[in-house]
Design a protein around this ligand. Structure first.
Ligand SMILES: NC(=O)c1ccc[n+]([C@@H]2O[C@H](COP(=O)([O-])OP(=O)(O)OC[C@H]3O[C@@H](n4cnc5c(N)ncnc54)[C@H](O)[C@@H]3O)[C@@H](O)[C@H]2O)c1
Length: 362
Protein backbone atom coordinates (compact mmCIF):
# COMPACT_ATOMS: atom_id res chain seq x y z
CA UNK A 1 0.00 0.00 0.00
CA UNK A 2 1.49 3.34 -0.99
CA UNK A 3 2.36 5.66 1.92
CA UNK A 4 0.67 8.58 0.18
CA UNK A 5 -2.61 6.94 -0.74
CA UNK A 6 -5.38 7.81 1.66
CA UNK A 7 -7.17 4.83 3.17
CA UNK A 8 -10.67 4.57 1.72
CA UNK A 9 -13.12 3.95 4.57
CA UNK A 10 -16.70 2.72 4.59
CA UNK A 11 -19.20 2.17 7.39
CA UNK A 12 -22.11 -0.27 7.47
CA UNK A 13 -24.85 0.76 9.88
CA UNK A 14 -26.20 4.26 10.44
CA UNK A 15 -27.43 3.98 14.04
CA UNK A 16 -25.67 5.51 17.05
CA UNK A 17 -22.74 3.15 16.76
CA UNK A 18 -22.25 3.73 13.04
CA UNK A 19 -22.01 7.46 13.60
CA UNK A 20 -19.32 6.97 16.27
CA UNK A 21 -17.17 5.19 13.68
CA UNK A 22 -17.74 8.03 11.21
CA UNK A 23 -16.62 10.53 13.86
CA UNK A 24 -13.49 8.42 14.39
CA UNK A 25 -12.57 8.24 10.70
CA UNK A 26 -13.34 11.93 10.35
CA UNK A 27 -10.74 12.67 13.06
CA UNK A 28 -8.06 10.50 11.44
CA UNK A 29 -5.27 11.68 9.16
CA UNK A 30 -4.78 9.91 5.86
CA UNK A 31 -8.31 8.56 5.67
CA UNK A 32 -11.13 9.40 3.32
CA UNK A 33 -14.70 8.44 4.22
CA UNK A 34 -16.05 7.33 0.88
CA UNK A 35 -19.05 5.08 1.47
CA UNK A 36 -21.89 4.38 3.84
CA UNK A 37 -24.50 1.60 3.94
CA UNK A 38 -27.69 1.43 5.94
CA UNK A 39 -31.38 0.78 5.66
CA UNK A 40 -32.82 4.08 6.89
CA UNK A 41 -32.71 6.29 3.76
CA UNK A 42 -33.07 9.59 5.65
CA UNK A 43 -30.32 8.77 8.11
CA UNK A 44 -28.11 7.50 5.29
CA UNK A 45 -28.45 10.85 3.58
CA UNK A 46 -28.00 12.86 6.78
CA UNK A 47 -24.82 11.03 7.86
CA UNK A 48 -23.52 10.82 4.30
CA UNK A 49 -23.80 14.59 3.98
CA UNK A 50 -22.35 15.26 7.43
CA UNK A 51 -19.26 13.08 6.98
CA UNK A 52 -18.71 13.40 3.25
CA UNK A 53 -19.53 9.83 2.26
CA UNK A 54 -20.55 10.37 -1.35
CA UNK A 55 -21.30 6.72 -2.08
CA UNK A 56 -24.45 5.54 -0.26
CA UNK A 57 -25.94 2.09 -0.36
CA UNK A 58 -28.99 0.28 0.89
CA UNK A 59 -27.19 -2.94 -0.03
CA UNK A 60 -23.92 -3.48 1.86
CA UNK A 61 -22.78 -6.18 -0.58
CA UNK A 62 -22.95 -3.66 -3.39
CA UNK A 63 -20.87 -1.27 -1.29
CA UNK A 64 -18.16 -3.88 -0.74
CA UNK A 65 -18.16 -4.71 -4.46
CA UNK A 66 -18.10 -1.14 -5.80
CA UNK A 67 -16.56 1.29 -3.33
CA UNK A 68 -12.91 0.13 -3.54
CA UNK A 69 -12.54 0.21 0.24
CA UNK A 70 -9.38 -0.38 2.28
CA UNK A 71 -11.16 -0.43 5.64
CA UNK A 72 -14.74 -0.96 6.71
CA UNK A 73 -16.57 -0.60 10.01
CA UNK A 74 -19.48 -2.84 10.86
CA UNK A 75 -22.08 -1.31 13.19
CA UNK A 76 -25.14 -3.42 12.49
CA UNK A 77 -27.24 -5.91 14.48
CA UNK A 78 -24.92 -8.47 16.04
CA UNK A 79 -25.82 -11.48 13.89
CA UNK A 80 -24.78 -9.50 10.79
CA UNK A 81 -21.23 -8.87 12.04
CA UNK A 82 -19.89 -12.26 10.94
CA UNK A 83 -21.36 -12.43 7.42
CA UNK A 84 -20.42 -8.82 6.73
CA UNK A 85 -16.91 -9.13 8.19
CA UNK A 86 -16.18 -12.39 6.37
CA UNK A 87 -17.36 -10.96 3.05
CA UNK A 88 -15.25 -7.83 3.56
CA UNK A 89 -12.14 -9.77 4.59
CA UNK A 90 -12.55 -12.08 1.59
CA UNK A 91 -12.74 -8.95 -0.57
CA UNK A 92 -9.38 -7.80 0.85
CA UNK A 93 -10.79 -5.14 3.21
CA UNK A 94 -9.61 -4.65 6.80
CA UNK A 95 -12.52 -4.82 9.28
CA UNK A 96 -13.42 -3.01 12.48
CA UNK A 97 -16.47 -4.68 14.01
CA UNK A 98 -18.64 -3.38 16.79
CA UNK A 99 -18.90 -5.42 19.94
CA UNK A 100 -20.05 -8.07 20.62
CA UNK A 101 -17.95 -9.68 17.92
CA UNK A 102 -20.70 -12.10 16.88
CA UNK A 103 -23.74 -13.87 18.26
CA UNK A 104 -21.57 -16.77 19.43
CA UNK A 105 -18.00 -18.02 19.55
CA UNK A 106 -18.36 -20.26 16.49
CA UNK A 107 -19.22 -17.30 14.26
CA UNK A 108 -16.45 -15.21 15.87
CA UNK A 109 -14.00 -18.02 15.08
CA UNK A 110 -15.07 -17.91 11.41
CA UNK A 111 -14.30 -14.19 11.39
CA UNK A 112 -10.82 -14.80 12.81
CA UNK A 113 -10.23 -17.57 10.25
CA UNK A 114 -11.17 -15.19 7.41
CA UNK A 115 -8.79 -12.51 8.74
CA UNK A 116 -5.94 -15.03 8.90
CA UNK A 117 -6.69 -16.51 5.46
CA UNK A 118 -6.72 -13.05 3.84
CA UNK A 119 -3.92 -11.53 5.94
CA UNK A 120 -6.15 -8.64 6.97
CA UNK A 121 -6.74 -6.86 10.27
CA UNK A 122 -9.86 -7.75 12.21
CA UNK A 123 -10.49 -5.58 15.24
CA UNK A 124 -13.42 -5.51 17.65
CA UNK A 125 -14.36 -2.16 19.14
CA UNK A 126 -14.44 -2.09 22.94
CA UNK A 127 -14.68 1.61 23.77
CA UNK A 128 -15.38 1.38 27.50
CA UNK A 129 -11.89 0.15 28.34
CA UNK A 130 -10.73 3.49 26.91
CA UNK A 131 -12.43 5.59 29.59
CA UNK A 132 -10.10 7.94 31.49
CA UNK A 133 -10.66 6.28 34.88
CA UNK A 134 -10.08 2.84 33.39
CA UNK A 135 -6.82 4.02 31.84
CA UNK A 136 -5.71 5.45 35.21
CA UNK A 137 -6.61 2.20 36.96
CA UNK A 138 -4.77 0.16 34.35
CA UNK A 139 -1.62 2.23 34.93
CA UNK A 140 -1.91 1.59 38.67
CA UNK A 141 -2.41 -2.15 38.18
CA UNK A 142 0.51 -2.34 35.74
CA UNK A 143 2.75 -0.45 38.21
CA UNK A 144 2.35 -3.35 40.64
CA UNK A 145 0.94 -1.11 43.41
CA UNK A 146 -1.95 -3.48 44.10
CA UNK A 147 0.27 -6.58 44.09
CA UNK A 148 -1.32 -9.78 42.83
CA UNK A 149 -5.00 -9.26 42.06
CA UNK A 150 -6.78 -12.42 43.16
CA UNK A 151 -10.39 -11.26 43.12
CA UNK A 152 -12.29 -8.86 40.88
CA UNK A 153 -15.92 -7.82 40.59
CA UNK A 154 -17.30 -6.03 37.57
CA UNK A 155 -20.79 -5.07 36.57
CA UNK A 156 -23.02 -2.90 34.46
CA UNK A 157 -26.47 -2.68 35.95
CA UNK A 158 -29.18 -0.57 34.40
CA UNK A 159 -32.32 0.57 36.14
CA UNK A 160 -34.44 0.81 32.95
CA UNK A 161 -32.33 0.43 29.85
CA UNK A 162 -33.56 -2.35 27.62
CA UNK A 163 -32.32 -1.02 24.25
CA UNK A 164 -35.38 -0.99 22.03
CA UNK A 165 -37.94 -3.44 23.39
CA UNK A 166 -39.01 -5.58 20.43
CA UNK A 167 -36.09 -4.44 18.25
CA UNK A 168 -33.32 -6.73 17.01
CA UNK A 169 -31.65 -6.25 20.42
CA UNK A 170 -34.27 -8.38 22.20
CA UNK A 171 -34.48 -11.21 19.66
CA UNK A 172 -32.22 -14.23 20.12
CA UNK A 173 -31.52 -14.74 16.41
CA UNK A 174 -30.24 -11.22 15.80
CA UNK A 175 -28.70 -10.37 19.19
CA UNK A 176 -27.55 -13.77 20.44
CA UNK A 177 -28.40 -12.78 24.03
CA UNK A 178 -29.37 -9.94 26.33
CA UNK A 179 -27.26 -7.71 28.59
CA UNK A 180 -24.47 -10.29 29.06
CA UNK A 181 -23.97 -10.18 25.27
CA UNK A 182 -24.56 -6.43 24.97
CA UNK A 183 -23.04 -4.63 27.98
CA UNK A 184 -21.68 -7.48 30.12
CA UNK A 185 -19.17 -8.09 27.33
CA UNK A 186 -17.86 -4.53 27.83
CA UNK A 187 -17.28 -5.25 31.52
CA UNK A 188 -15.76 -8.64 30.79
CA UNK A 189 -13.42 -6.88 28.37
CA UNK A 190 -12.61 -4.15 30.89
CA UNK A 191 -11.89 -6.67 33.64
CA UNK A 192 -9.75 -8.89 31.43
CA UNK A 193 -7.86 -5.84 30.19
CA UNK A 194 -7.21 -4.63 33.77
CA UNK A 195 -6.22 -8.14 34.92
CA UNK A 196 -3.76 -8.55 32.02
CA UNK A 197 -5.73 -11.12 30.05
CA UNK A 198 -5.96 -14.16 32.30
CA UNK A 199 -7.64 -17.23 30.84
CA UNK A 200 -11.07 -18.23 32.16
CA UNK A 201 -11.19 -21.85 33.32
CA UNK A 202 -14.79 -22.32 34.43
CA UNK A 203 -18.00 -20.30 34.55
CA UNK A 204 -21.10 -20.66 36.68
CA UNK A 205 -23.82 -18.29 35.51
CA UNK A 206 -27.53 -17.60 35.75
CA UNK A 207 -29.90 -15.56 33.60
CA UNK A 208 -33.32 -14.04 34.31
CA UNK A 209 -35.99 -12.29 32.24
CA UNK A 210 -38.23 -10.43 34.68
CA UNK A 211 -38.87 -7.09 32.94
CA UNK A 212 -38.74 -7.56 29.17
CA UNK A 213 -41.47 -10.20 28.94
CA UNK A 214 -43.80 -7.81 30.82
CA UNK A 215 -43.02 -4.98 28.38
CA UNK A 216 -41.34 -2.85 31.06
CA UNK A 217 -37.77 -1.68 31.66
CA UNK A 218 -37.28 -0.20 28.21
CA UNK A 219 -34.85 2.65 27.64
CA UNK A 220 -36.45 5.99 26.94
CA UNK A 221 -35.03 8.76 24.80
CA UNK A 222 -32.50 8.44 22.03
CA UNK A 223 -31.22 5.06 23.20
CA UNK A 224 -34.58 3.44 22.55
CA UNK A 225 -34.61 4.46 18.90
CA UNK A 226 -33.24 1.19 17.58
CA UNK A 227 -33.78 -0.08 14.06
CA UNK A 228 -36.52 -2.69 13.83
CA UNK A 229 -38.21 -1.70 17.11
CA UNK A 230 -41.61 -3.32 17.15
CA UNK A 231 -43.64 -5.81 19.09
CA UNK A 232 -42.79 -5.54 22.77
CA UNK A 233 -43.80 -9.16 23.33
CA UNK A 234 -40.81 -10.27 21.28
CA UNK A 235 -38.46 -10.43 24.23
CA UNK A 236 -36.45 -13.62 23.82
CA UNK A 237 -33.28 -12.89 25.80
CA UNK A 238 -32.36 -12.36 29.46
CA UNK A 239 -32.55 -8.99 31.18
CA UNK A 240 -30.19 -9.88 34.05
CA UNK A 241 -27.24 -12.22 34.18
CA UNK A 242 -24.61 -13.00 36.76
CA UNK A 243 -21.48 -15.16 36.45
CA UNK A 244 -18.80 -16.54 38.74
CA UNK A 245 -15.56 -17.21 36.84
CA UNK A 246 -12.50 -19.15 37.95
CA UNK A 247 -9.45 -17.72 36.21
CA UNK A 248 -6.47 -19.66 34.94
CA UNK A 249 -4.16 -17.70 37.28
CA UNK A 250 -6.11 -18.88 40.34
CA UNK A 251 -8.10 -15.64 40.62
CA UNK A 252 -11.85 -15.10 40.57
CA UNK A 253 -14.00 -12.71 38.55
CA UNK A 254 -17.60 -12.01 39.46
CA UNK A 255 -19.57 -10.38 36.65
CA UNK A 256 -23.13 -9.07 36.80
CA UNK A 257 -25.17 -7.18 34.26
CA UNK A 258 -28.73 -6.07 33.72
CA UNK A 259 -30.74 -4.02 31.26
CA UNK A 260 -33.43 -3.44 33.89
CA UNK A 261 -33.54 -3.97 37.65
CA UNK A 262 -34.92 -2.32 40.76
CA UNK A 263 -31.85 -0.29 41.71
CA UNK A 264 -31.50 3.40 42.65
CA UNK A 265 -29.47 4.32 39.57
CA UNK A 266 -27.46 2.79 36.75
CA UNK A 267 -24.05 1.59 37.84
CA UNK A 268 -20.91 0.56 36.00
CA UNK A 269 -18.25 -0.70 38.39
CA UNK A 270 -15.03 -2.64 38.85
CA UNK A 271 -13.63 -3.65 42.24
CA UNK A 272 -10.12 -5.07 42.38
CA UNK A 273 -8.78 -6.96 45.40
CA UNK A 274 -4.99 -7.24 45.35
CA UNK A 275 -2.42 -8.63 47.76
CA UNK A 276 -1.01 -5.14 48.38
CA UNK A 277 -3.89 -2.80 47.57
CA UNK A 278 -7.44 -2.45 46.33
CA UNK A 279 -9.39 -0.26 43.94
CA UNK A 280 -12.98 0.71 43.27
CA UNK A 281 -14.09 2.31 40.05
CA UNK A 282 -17.71 3.43 39.75
CA UNK A 283 -19.43 5.20 36.90
CA UNK A 284 -23.00 6.11 37.75
CA UNK A 285 -25.75 6.81 35.30
CA UNK A 286 -29.40 7.80 35.21
CA UNK A 287 -30.89 9.59 37.10
CA UNK A 288 -27.62 11.33 38.10
CA UNK A 289 -24.13 10.93 36.74
CA UNK A 290 -21.08 10.57 38.94
CA UNK A 291 -17.69 8.90 38.81
CA UNK A 292 -15.48 7.54 41.55
CA UNK A 293 -12.03 6.01 41.46
CA UNK A 294 -10.60 5.03 44.84
CA UNK A 295 -7.28 3.24 45.21
CA UNK A 296 -5.96 2.34 48.62
CA UNK A 297 -2.90 0.62 49.97
CA UNK A 298 -0.42 1.01 52.81
CA UNK A 299 2.80 3.03 52.68
CA UNK A 300 5.39 2.41 55.43
CA UNK A 301 2.64 1.07 57.66
CA UNK A 302 0.27 3.99 57.04
CA UNK A 303 -3.06 3.50 55.30
CA UNK A 304 -2.86 5.47 52.05
CA UNK A 305 -5.34 6.48 49.38
CA UNK A 306 -3.99 7.22 45.91
CA UNK A 307 -5.61 9.90 43.77
CA UNK A 308 -4.31 9.33 40.27
CA UNK A 309 -4.45 11.87 37.48
CA UNK A 310 -7.22 10.89 35.10
CA UNK A 311 -6.23 10.91 31.42
CA UNK A 312 -8.71 11.91 28.73
CA UNK A 313 -11.27 9.32 27.68
CA UNK A 314 -10.62 7.90 24.23
CA UNK A 315 -13.92 6.28 23.28
CA UNK A 316 -14.74 5.23 19.75
CA UNK A 317 -12.38 7.71 18.13
CA UNK A 318 -9.33 6.34 19.91
CA UNK A 319 -10.41 2.80 18.99
CA UNK A 320 -10.78 3.77 15.33
CA UNK A 321 -7.34 5.43 15.36
CA UNK A 322 -5.83 2.31 16.94
CA UNK A 323 -7.45 0.15 14.27
CA UNK A 324 -5.96 2.34 11.55
CA UNK A 325 -2.52 2.05 13.17
CA UNK A 326 -2.88 -1.75 13.12
CA UNK A 327 -3.84 -1.60 9.43
CA UNK A 328 -0.76 0.48 8.67
CA UNK A 329 1.56 -1.82 10.67
CA UNK A 330 3.76 -4.24 8.71
CA UNK A 331 2.59 -7.33 10.54
CA UNK A 332 -1.06 -8.09 11.25
CA UNK A 333 -0.64 -11.39 13.07
CA UNK A 334 -1.55 -9.99 16.49
CA UNK A 335 -4.62 -8.27 15.07
CA UNK A 336 -6.98 -11.01 13.90
CA UNK A 337 -9.76 -10.43 16.43
CA UNK A 338 -8.29 -12.81 19.01
CA UNK A 339 -9.45 -10.79 22.04
CA UNK A 340 -12.97 -10.41 20.69
CA UNK A 341 -13.08 -14.15 20.09
CA UNK A 342 -11.91 -14.84 23.64
CA UNK A 343 -14.74 -12.66 24.98
CA UNK A 344 -17.30 -14.46 22.80
CA UNK A 345 -16.15 -17.84 24.07
CA UNK A 346 -16.61 -16.73 27.70
CA UNK A 347 -20.05 -15.25 26.96
CA UNK A 348 -21.00 -18.55 25.29
CA UNK A 349 -19.91 -20.36 28.45
CA UNK A 350 -22.09 -18.06 30.58
CA UNK A 351 -25.17 -18.90 28.53
CA UNK A 352 -24.29 -22.61 28.48
CA UNK A 353 -23.89 -22.63 32.25
CA UNK A 354 -27.16 -20.77 32.77
CA UNK A 355 -29.14 -23.11 30.53
CA UNK A 356 -27.53 -26.26 31.98
CA UNK A 357 -27.79 -25.06 35.61
CA UNK A 358 -24.20 -26.01 36.36
CA UNK A 359 -20.62 -24.83 36.20
CA UNK A 360 -19.05 -25.33 32.76
CA UNK A 361 -15.44 -25.58 31.66
CA UNK A 362 -14.44 -22.93 29.14
N1 LIG B 1 -19.55 0.16 21.58
C1 LIG B 1 -20.65 0.74 22.01
O1 LIG B 1 -20.66 1.52 22.95
C2 LIG B 1 -21.94 0.41 21.31
C3 LIG B 1 -23.10 1.16 21.58
C4 LIG B 1 -24.26 0.84 20.89
C5 LIG B 1 -24.27 -0.21 19.99
N2 LIG B 1 -23.14 -0.93 19.78
C6 LIG B 1 -23.13 -2.05 18.84
O2 LIG B 1 -23.25 -1.53 17.53
C7 LIG B 1 -24.07 -2.37 16.73
C8 LIG B 1 -25.24 -1.53 16.21
O3 LIG B 1 -25.93 -0.99 17.31
P1 LIG B 1 -26.83 0.33 17.17
O4 LIG B 1 -27.22 0.67 18.56
O5 LIG B 1 -26.19 1.34 16.34
O6 LIG B 1 -28.09 -0.32 16.42
P2 LIG B 1 -29.21 0.38 15.54
O7 LIG B 1 -30.34 -0.56 15.50
O8 LIG B 1 -29.43 1.76 16.01
O9 LIG B 1 -28.54 0.48 14.09
C9 LIG B 1 -28.28 -0.66 13.34
C10 LIG B 1 -27.97 -0.24 11.91
O10 LIG B 1 -27.71 -1.41 11.13
C11 LIG B 1 -28.28 -1.23 9.86
N3 LIG B 1 -28.57 -2.49 9.20
C12 LIG B 1 -29.33 -3.51 9.64
N4 LIG B 1 -29.40 -4.47 8.72
C13 LIG B 1 -28.66 -4.05 7.67
C14 LIG B 1 -28.36 -4.58 6.40
N5 LIG B 1 -28.81 -5.76 6.02
N6 LIG B 1 -27.58 -3.85 5.56
C15 LIG B 1 -27.11 -2.65 5.94
N7 LIG B 1 -27.37 -2.09 7.14
C16 LIG B 1 -28.13 -2.78 7.98
C17 LIG B 1 -29.57 -0.48 10.13
O11 LIG B 1 -29.98 0.15 8.94
C18 LIG B 1 -29.13 0.48 11.22
O12 LIG B 1 -28.66 1.66 10.64
C19 LIG B 1 -24.46 -3.53 17.62
O13 LIG B 1 -23.58 -4.60 17.43
C20 LIG B 1 -24.29 -2.98 19.03
O14 LIG B 1 -23.97 -3.99 19.97
C21 LIG B 1 -21.99 -0.62 20.41
Amino acid sequence: MSETRKLRAGVIGVGWAGEQHLIGYDAADGVEIVALAGMEADRLQQLGDAYGADLRYADWKQMLAEADLDVVSIATPTSLHAPMAIAALNAGIHVLSEKPMAENGAMAQQMVDAAVANDKVLDVLFNHRRGGQVKALKQIVDSGLLGRIYYAKAGWLRRAGIPGLGSWFTKMKTAGGGPMMDIGVHMLDMAMHLLDEPTVSTVSATTYAEFGPRGIGGATGAGSNKSGAGDTTEFEVEDLSTAFMRLGNGGTLLLETSWASWIPHDLIYVNLYGSDGGATLELGGSPATYTKLEVWTEINGFPAEIQPDIPASGGHTEAVLDFLAKVRADNHDAHRGQEGLARSIVVDACYASASQHREVTV
